[in-house]
Write a protein that binds this ligand. Sequence first.
Ligand SMILES: *Cc1c(COP(=O)(O)O)cnc(C)c1O
Length: 350
Amino acid sequence: MIDLRSDTVTLPTPEMREAIARAELGDDVYGEDPTVNRLEAMAASMMGKEAALLVPSGTMGNLAAMLTHCARGTKALVGSQSHTNLYEAGGASALGGIVLTAVANTEDGELDMGELRRELGTPADDHFAQPSLVVIENTHNRCGGAPIKLSHMAEVSDAAHQRNRKIPLHLDGARIFNAALALETTPKEIASGADTVSFCLSKGLGCPVGSLLCGSREFIARAHRTRKVLGGGMRQAGIIAAAGIVALTTMVDRLAEDHQNARALAQGFALVAGLNVRPVANRTNMVVFDVDGDADASRRFAAAMKERGVLISPREATSFRAVTHHGISRADIDRTVAAAAQAAGEVFGD
Ligand SMILES: *Cc1c(COP(=O)(O)O)cnc(C)c1O
């Protein structure tokens, strides 16, 4: 199967399995796992922060960040199309009593600055839940994997960090290495205006599990407690961290291949009648496309792709997402485009 549903389907590389087998271990709840400590130091340095914390998932990274930053009854300002708003099961509200407040995302994944500034300007009046955090996502998953420009990152950071009322900024950098590659910069630069940043090892970087939350030493010490509350304090977590170290040393540069493959896929799909690729100014590893016809035709198209050995992920009723990753070769892209031409001919042709 050519599995384009997500970059989370990636399997660990042989080198990761080797590193997992050889990992030096200790009890990480006591801070004594040397492999976890090494990974956390690497992550902190790559993100330009003082400290980092290994957590089981990106969702827990964002949740631990929100629970650590925000008091109950205060507002976390999140993008309307963001992962924190749509795909984290309302965890910040359910577990932290945080008022998740959506700020409109533009089509290219930026935050609507007018709306953000209005929320940030909420009067310090007892009637109003007070803003306590801004969350920004880069790359922006739901907006076609778009990398968010440094100029917008800085604008959001400046708006949050007003002189009289400094609201912290958390960056959901699940795919920050994809963003850095597309923007021709470093994760450190992207995260420079953010107080905290989380990123995933388990997506394009290919690890079986794991994310890192990075920030100041003081913040990470508090997040360590939050992680325990959430049940995310793991013991010999070095078996996870070992793969993470391999990921950060061997899997970052190769993301360029995924971006090239996604561009080739978008170009290929653009020539298939019945498919309409959503444009992304600076494509990373995702292709979102709409299909002609109704929801039923759309389901038949996905089934026809599956019959030909290609899995894609449904989004809205008549749109799909295809994600490239290290399990996908250039030959797979060519086979996928050929399969799409046949499937579209079958379903949308007359
Ligand atoms: C995948 C993802 C997450 C969450 O990661 P999980 O490890 O799946 O919990 C958070 N934010 C974004 C933007 C993501 O794409």
